[in-house]
Design a protein around this ligand. Sequence first.
Ligand SMILES: O=C(O)CCC(=O)C(=O)O
Length: 264
Amino acid sequence: MKLGCIQLKVAFGDVEKNFARVEQLIREAAAKGAEIVVLPEMWNTSYALKKLEGLADVNGERTKKFLANLSKELNIHIVGGSVATKKGDSFYNTMLTYNRQGELLGEYDKAHLFRLMDEHLYLSAGDGQNNFKLDDLDAAGVICYDIRFPEWLRLHALNGAKVLFVSAQWPTARIDHWKTLLQARAIENQCFVVAINRISGNHDNFNGQSMVIEPWGEVLWTGGADEELAIVDVDFSKVDEVRTRIPVYDDRRPELYGDVLKKK
Ligand SMILES: O=C(O)CCC(=O)C(=O)O
């Protein structure tokens, strides 16, 4: 299957510019044969947290219409990264996923808010999981800081995901953590990880390094430090092969792990 990885240069607070660029790149990805297109985190507003009242997408309506129309017209699945949304009186960091029929498969509000970026002061956390199916492919989607919580991604893998999509705005300063955590999540869950980061004009802030990793941990593609659309060919049957070779799921001892999942 061909993945269209959109490592976007997100414009701070410029919703119109971001929508226009995302549409252009999704169309380009489809024209190049992509079957699943993946976007980064908070691509409508970036982290303009102080301006969310005027900028966030109310109930995600604009983004929903936009992604539904494009996925149906172009006959592609879209893992829509995430956008800033307003629901009731609260703001969320929301991932919307559409299948090629233009149907909404998942609306996931980021579960773990990143205090270092003040997310907890402006956004509310979601409580729902995010497993979905793209045709016959079992998949799941999480957002950025979520990857520091292995139990969260494990839960999605246990619910059947063979590919974990990660949308992020992960900064250059901790890019080594990004690479290591993503590879670990792929190896331990024996699944594909498709992780799409943003870039900024100034590479000191966000330098891309989006990644596609297969279930044995081999990196199939790493993005550069500039805006980029990559088409990456993946063979999802590799998941079953790796899970047969080392039967981690059969060898798990969940009866030993219970308390690890409880908050101290
Ligand atoms: O965990 C990190 O170091 C980065 C997380 C982050 O930037 C985010 O969740 O937006």
